[in-house]
Design a binder for this molecule. Structure first.
Ligand code: ZN
Length: 364
């Protein structure tokens, strides 16, 4: 097992969940509070995950086959919290009756395909790592996450759901895994004490500008995978992440790369940053990630065509070179370096990257 840390990277930030809980009715609020506590508890629950899971029977039966790149297995947690759960569909199996299982199988496949065809990357670790996912995690658990080893999806509730059918959310989570393998010791991963007295162990979280870069890279790839699959160019794409996941009274999407913090496009209290003017050091990484997100959007928009053709490879190449505590300026320099090496100083790609980081005020 190559993962050096245990970071629970969630799709829906806890602030959004808390707001939904406040806005929702009393009964819903009670349930949502439960989820938030559930989520906090998950961060501290290590023992269930600390040892690599024994090979389940279904996998053991096929283990003699040579592992093809990024073999998928979808497990069913059966609304429980024990991972990995029961094997529900393995690589090459026909669709099963459970829709969530098939959705995760398909969307994970599209994401792995994107990494292979666009970036030449063989699965999460670039060595053909098996990709495990669990669906039906917890009772009405309203989130998706990367645990450091696998992906996990809840069923959601009346306020937020549809995690397994959201290609960009699945790509976002899988990309947290890619980042973990791209950058030894992780990007922006810090040890944080666990408050729960029952679980005294430490766990990890994303913090600071490097943590925001980690979050942003997942959003950037999530958005690109969605565009790639739909064949959308930079003007045709919505640049929204997590569309149609919130109940209509809460909003339309989780985040926008095109216009971070635009509540009409996203949800009613979105306050993602769009430029360094808004930046504060203590901000949640899901807020500060808006700055590099928007830089990517601006660069891709200026390059025109498809985001994954020029802008995507520049970002991927640059992020692979970042140090664990990289700042936004470091990311700007790395993307400029990659644009220069690929296209030259006088290229429209180099100029687009430069203009983008200046527009969000990361570069003067
Ligand atoms: Zn994330």
């Amino acid at each position: 097992m190559t993962s050096a840390y245990r970071c629970f990277c969630f799709a829906v930030p806890s602030r959004l969940l808390k707001k939904l809980a406040t806005k929702a009715g009393e009964a819903d609020r009670h349930v949502m509070r439960g989820h938030i506590e559930h989520t906090a508890r998950l961060r501290s629950l290590r023992s269930a995950w600390s040892a690599p899971a024994p090979l389940p029977p279904l996998l053991a039966a096929t283990a003699h086959k040579v592992a093809a790149p990024g073999q998928r297995t979808v497990f069913d947690a059966g609304t429980g919290m024990l991972l990995p759960g029961k094997p529900a569909r393995a690589e090459g199996d026909k669709p099963v009756r459970d829709k969530a299982v098939n959705q995760v199988y398909d969307n994970t496949g599209i994401t792995l395909d994107f990494f292979l065809k666009v970036f030449g990357r063989n699965s999460i670790d670039n060595r053909g790592m098996r990709v495990n996912s669990a669906v039906h995690f917890g009772k009405n658990f309203s989130n998706a996450m990367w645990t450091g080893e696998q992906m996990v999806y809840g069923d959601g509730d009346a306020n937020v759901g549809g995690f397994t059918q959201a290609l960009d959310i699945i790509a976002h989570e899988l990309t947290h895994g890619v980042t973990q393998h791209l950058i030894p010791r992780g990007l922006g991963v810090v040890r944080v004490p666990v408050r729960d007295r029952e679980f005294k162990e430490q766990t990890h979280a994303l913090q600071g500008q490097s943590g925001a870069l980690n979050e942003s890279f997942s959003d950037v790839v999530g958005s690109m995978v969605k565009q790639w699959h739909a064949g959308e160019d930079v003007t045709g794409a919505s640049w929204l992440l997590g569309e149609h996941m919130l109940a209509p009274e809460h909003g339309k999407a989780i985040r926008s790369l095109k216009d971070p913090g635009n509540r009409k496009l996203t949800w009613y209290e979105d306050d993602q940053f769009k430029s360094m003017d808004q930046y504060v050091d203590s901000a949640d990484v899901h807020d500060s990630s808006g700055i590099p997100n928007h830089a990517f959007y601006l660069a891709a928009r200026k390059m025109s065509g498809y985001s994954w053709e020029a802008a995507g490879p520049i970002w991927y190449e640059a992020f692979a070179q970042l140090k664990p505590r990289a700042s936004f300026v470091d990311a700007a320099r790395a993307t400029l370096g990659a644009a220069l090496a690929r296209h030259g100083l006088q290229s429209k790609e180099y100029k687009a990257v430069n203009a983008a980081w200046r527009a969000v005020k990361v570069l003067p």
